[in-house]
Design a protein around this ligand. Structure first.
Ligand SMILES: [Zn+2]
Ligand SMILES: [Zn+2]
Length: 273
């Protein structure tokens, strides 16, 4: 399943889409311009692993228990640099502080995040979690791209790294669409039944309302009235040019709207929203 949608070469699309949407969505332009810088950093890290034909020490049928500090840690400083230069003020400030804190602190921060069961459960602040997530994402994505695909998988957590999905995707199938979920850490995409809440398993269609807004015709808020959790799903049958992870970031008004309605997001995105 995973190999069918591998996002191996997806960096350029993400970078281009962030540039494009930052111009058309004024409310998201600052966030998307910053995301574009982060994606450029992530692409460079991914390319480094690829061109050096990196192979992890442990086997990769699932995410290894440990990340490779020896290989990766020397690449952390450039992320701090790009964030201090282009990030929103609080993150830029924190990047400078982390830069001064040194490698022992960085390693601890990254360990905590790698070992946390879920990307926003590592006990750190949203800001600390941003650095760890942005840094470890291309590494996890690289490992996932090497792994064997899975089939007949029905759970709502990633089959490779067991993290929660960041969003849903509707892809054309026959006359309709099938839904898949996209992992928040390693970007593995796996098929998931359409009428099931990925948080609590609710299957009663009357308890699973779907909301859309005219501003974002291709993005649905898929909510659950049983557990009050929602995810955003990007409908590629309505807009084939969308790059789900970027379009989800841009749809800030939907996040605000869902929060007002009392829904909690299943998994915060890279920027903590
Ligand atoms: Zn994953
Ligand atoms: Zn639910």
């Amino acid at each position: 399943m995973r190999s069918a949608f591998a996002t191996k070469s997806g960096w350029d699309q993400r970078i281009a889409r962030a540039g494009e949407l930052s111009k058309s969505y004024s409310f998201a332009s600052e966030i998307l311009s910053f995301y574009r810088e982060i994606a450029l950093f992530q692409k460079a890290l991914y390319n480094y692993l690829e061109t050096s034909a990196y192979r992890p020490v442990e086997n990769t049928s699932n995410l290894p228990d440990n990340w490779d500090a020896f290989v990766l840690l020397p690449h952390f400083q450039p992320l701090l640099y790009v964030t201090s230069r282009t990030g929103p003020k609080p993150l830029a400030q924190l990047a400078s502080e982390l830069s001064d804190a040194g490698t022992t602190v960085w390693e601890q921060l990254l360990n905590d995040h790698w070992q946390a069961e879920h990307a926003d459960d590592d006990g750190s602040s949203v800001s600390d979690s941003f650095f760890a997530h942005a840094f470890l994402q291309p590494y996890a994505e690289y490992l996932a791209a090497q792994a064997d695909s899975v089939s007949n998988y029905t759970l709502a957590v990633c089959p490779f790294c067991f993290r929660r999905p960041a969003l849903g995707i509707l892809r054309p199938e026959g006359d309709g669409a099938k839904r898949s979920l996209l992992c928040s850490l390693c970007s593995t995409e796996w098929e998931f039944r359409r009428i099931v809440c990925p948080a609590c398993g609710e299957q009663d269609v009357d308890r699973l309302p779907i909301y859309t807004a005219s501003e974002f015709e291709h993005i649905r808020v898929e909510a659950c009235d049983t557990c009050k959790v929602y995810i955003k799903t990007v409908d590629l049958t309505k807009n084939g040019r969308a790059v789900p992870v970027v379009d989800e970031l841009a749809a800030i008004p939907l996040t605000l709207w869902a929060a007002e309605k009392g829904y909690r997001k299943l998994q915060a995105n890279l920027l903590g929203t």
